[in-house]
Ligand binder design. Structure first.
Ligand SMILES: *[C@@H]1O[C@H](CO)[C@@H](O)[C@H](O)[C@H]1NC(C)=O
Length: 461
């Protein structure tokens, strides 16, 4: 331990979440940082992440802006930008009813580029280790000892779990809390705590594939998706499709939703190569544009979307979780071969996801880096993180979940198929405003209020 060290922080998980947190913390030279990754090497794969210009603020403050912009074709465009067009499509002739306008254009970054950029910016004093899979931890008075699957251990003052949907830190933390509750006879809390250990199925399956634009053009020369991001809505399912790679490819995702099965256990592999017949019948009577897309789909990847049941707290003493480990919204899953496959639910959801991760990381660095925080009172600093971030993250998660309902025309008391055309039109307009409001957070939010609030609380330590 270096003599000037005020706090020893261990981070489990060297994905985007863990590394962003490490980078934010590294701005405080008196914090010692060790990052432990379970995989054998640092190699993020998958479709990518997205951010709107306004929340780009954290990227700028972390000094990543110039390097990240070099890795993408996206440009920082501010002001109103037309985005997805929405149609009611579960009928012979579709009805276009809404056009989403965002503030600024979504910037796409590849996960691997993002991870490499983060790594390059980490100071040498911040150590990263691979093949370090956490088994469990033990909190003693004044420190935490981590135990890894390879038989080694490590002592620190704070443990941050950035280890994803199937987080070991979350599991150890919840087991620790449940043991404490058991010892005190708080039985009801025991089962509640343990219910957040394992992810649950959201009731939604996504089928994703890439369609060569040429194939779609041959089938439907003037298809709207060739030039615009489209979203086709209907009862119990929806399709999103948009051009990528300078228009050469179409990113296609079909969602099959079973609202009544939300929070149940999914039978079978969570990610697997599927075939069209397993979902196409759901869209049998939908409009011709949807049929044209379906005709072009081959071997889609089935992804059973899982989430973490909400927890009462993200902390236990000196341990905490962040990112997907705390509030998975767009889980990316490991396949059998140990390779991560990410299926993008929705580009706007991806923007929500990236922003919540950045905010978690930034706020953790704010409270741990505060001059009033030391080894003795660090659990109080984590409590400030928990009190500010948990409600905010769950708010975003709930709004994203609600959009899943809106996209499947699942709104209490509204039947989008009955009534006069005028009434249907008005209901659809209302629906459009409802989901626009739920996405808005992604392009309007800033971190200033959050940081101010945390700093205010830290001053009164
Ligand atoms: C930590 O900070 C608290 C409150 O500011 C203070 O009372 C305590 O003595 C400090 N502990 C150490 C080890 O510096």
């Amino acid at each position: 331990m270096s003599s000037g060290c005020r706090l020893r922080v261990a981070i489990c998980g060297a994905g985007i979440a863990g590394l962003t947190c490490a980078l934010a913390l590294s701005r405080h030279p008196d914090i010692e940082i060790d990052v432990f990754e379970s995989a054998g090497k640092l190699a993020e794969v998958g479709a990518g992440i997205g951010l709107f210009p306004r929340p780009w603020q954290i990227i700028r403050e972390l000094g990543l802006e110039q390097d990240l912009l070099k890795t993408t074709e996206s440009r920082l465009i501010e002001g109103p930008v037309p985005s997805f067009r929405y149609r009611k499509s579960d009928q012979r002739e579709g009805l276009e009813f809404y056009r989403l306008i965002t503030q600024g254009a979504l910037i796409f970054l590849h996960r691997a580029d993002y991870q490499q950029t983060l790594l390059r910016h980490l100071p040498a004093s911040c150590r990263t280790y691979c093949s370090k899979r956490l088994r469990t931890y033990i909190q003693r008075s004044g420190a935490i000892e981590l135990f890894f699957e390879d038989g080694t251990s490590h002592v620190c003052d704070v443990l941050i779990g950035a280890d994803g949907l199937k987080s070991v830190v979350r599991k150890a933390m919840l087991n620790e809390k449940a043991d404490r509750a058991k010892a005190q006879g708080r039985w009801k809390e025991v089962s509640e705590m343990l219910s957040s250990v394992d992810p649950v199925w959201s009731g939604t399956n996504a089928y994703r594939t890439l369609i060569p634009a040429e194939r779609l053009r041959a089938r439907a020369p003037t298809h709207a998706v060739l030039t615009s991001p489209m979203q086709y809505l209907g009862k119990n399912g929806y399709v999103i499709a948009y051009p990528i790679s300078r228009g050469k490819m179409i990113n296609f995702v079909a969602f099959d939703m079973h609202h009544e099965l939300e929070n149940t256990k999914f039978d079978g592999p969570w990610v697997t190569i599927s075939d069209k017949s397993s979902f196409a019948s759901r869209f049998r009577n939908w409009e011709p544009d949807v049929q044209a897309l379906l005709d072009c789909v081959e071997n889609p990847l089935l992804w059973a979307i899982h989430t973490i049941p909400p927890m009462r707290s993200f902390i236990s003493g000196r341990a905490t979780v962040m990112g997907d480990a705390a509030h998975a919204m767009t889980p990316h899953e490991g396949s059998g071969a140990g390779q991560a496959i990410e299926v993008v639910v929705h580009p706007l959801l991806r923007a929500h996801h990236t922003l919540t991760i950045n905010q978690d990381a930034y706020l953790l660095a704010t409270v741990l880096g505060h001059h009033n925080t030391n080894r003795t009172n660090v659990y109080k600093a984590l409590a400030v993180y928990d009190e500010i971030r948990r409600p905010a993250a769950y708010h975003v998660m709930e709004h994203s979940r609600m959009n899943g309902h809106y996209f499947t025309l699942h709104v209490d008391g509204v039947d989008f198929d009955s009534g006069k055309p005028r009434e249907q039109w008005d209901n659809l307009q209302k629906l459009g405003r409802m989901f626009e409001k739920n996405w808005e957070w992604a392009w309007t939010t800033s971190v200033d209020g959050m940081v101010k609030e945390a700093t205010y609380r830290m001053e009164s330590f």
